[in-house]
Design a protein around this ligand. Structure first.
Ligand SMILES: Nc1ncnc2c1ncn2[C@@H]1O[C@H](COP(=O)(O)OP(=O)(O)O)[C@@H](O)[C@H]1O
Ligand SMILES: [Mg+2]
Length: 277
């Protein structure tokens, strides 16, 4: 079998005394779309940031295209990152630039391509995400779903071999989520990319993933509690996994308070101060 595109082994990351990643081991094969899922704050973004080399492991190994990145110099890492496309939750678009200029950014930073070629590539990428004719608008002049699509176009501007996305559909309605998912599928299939996508949206996860890992909570925080194909994860015997993929509020991960109880407790506090509702 060919060498994996990404190989993470015994990855441990501590922030102070807190161990956020605790012995993470998995591989991503060429052509896979690996989903990283799990509850809010379980370490998904932290794991992704280690893979792209913006955070260094406390211990463990991360190999990309067969090369160890945990010990790479910043220059070597930058060079490797030219083969990545990154579509990040907080890597927002630059508001002062147009849509077209935002998509052109990685091209201007990473290659000595002339302006005519850049224009052409920007047009092609915007067409790929269904935004032909929007290049001269500013991010503030288009919808949230369109901004997410621009982010995706920018991430694939250099035809990366590896695409990383952190919550590409968060805050979008189900229809726009389906549009972004379809785009991700098109891009990964048409351009033959390998992708790692962080999401807590289970519909999205099962729509685009070819492999999945789920990070645990509570006693199993920082560890992988499920790994496999979408079918394997869907049929996973672990009750915490089932609770998460079915979105059930009751289960091994207890909600401290149901939302109504929470509101009631807030109202109660106000009432005790003599405020009436
Ligand atoms: N740079 C950091 N310094 C300290 N704690 C951090 C840092 N980055 C993340 N964390 C902590 O690690 C945990 C996991 O965060 P994160 O990876 O963002 O979760 P997720 O993306 O799954 O919601 C959180 O408790 C967060 O506060
Ligand atoms: Mg996150």
């Amino acid at each position: 079998m060919a060498e994996p595109v990404i190989e993470v082994r015994d990855l441990v990351r501590k922030f102070g005394h807190r161990t956020v990643l605790n012995g993470i081991t998995f591989t991503v094969e060429k052509g896979d779309t690996m989903i990283i899922m799990g509850g809010s704050g379980c370490g998904k973004s932290t794991l992704l940031r280690h893979i792209i080399g913006s955070l260094r492991p406390t211990s463990g190994s991360i190999k990309i295209f067969g090369r160890e990145t945990a010990t790479m110099t910043p220059d070597e890492m930058d060079k490797l990152r030219q083969r990545f496309g990154m579509n990040f939750q907080f890597g927002a678009l630059l508001q002062s630039l147009t849509v077209g200029q935002n998509v052109a950014l990685p091209l201007m930073e990473n290659s000595n391509v002339d302006a005519g070629i850049i224009d052409l590539v920007v047009k092609m990428k915007l067409e790929l995400v269904g935004l032909t004719g929007f290049e001269n608008l500013k991010p503030a002049e288009i919808s949230g779903g369109m901004r997410k699509r621009v982010g995706l176009a920018r991430a694939v501007a250099l035809d990366p071999e590896l695409l990383f996305s952190d919550e590409p559909t968060s805050g979008l309605d189900p229809i726009m989520t389906a549009v972004i998912d379809q785009l991700t599928l098109d891009l990964t299939r048409k351009l033959d990319m390998t992708a790692v996508v962080v999401t807590h949206d289970m519909t999205s996860a099962f729509r685009i993933g070819t492999k999945m890992i789920m990070l645990g909570a509570g006693k199993r925080a920082g560890t992988i509690i499920a790994f496999g194909t979408p079918d394997e994860v869907r049929n996973h015997p672990d009750p915490e996994v089932q609770q998460f993929i079915k979105g059930e509020p009751d289960g091994p991960v207890p909600l401290k308070l149901a939302p109504e109880d929470y509101i009631e407790s807030l109202l109660g506090r106000e009432r005790s101060k003599g405020v009436n509702y």
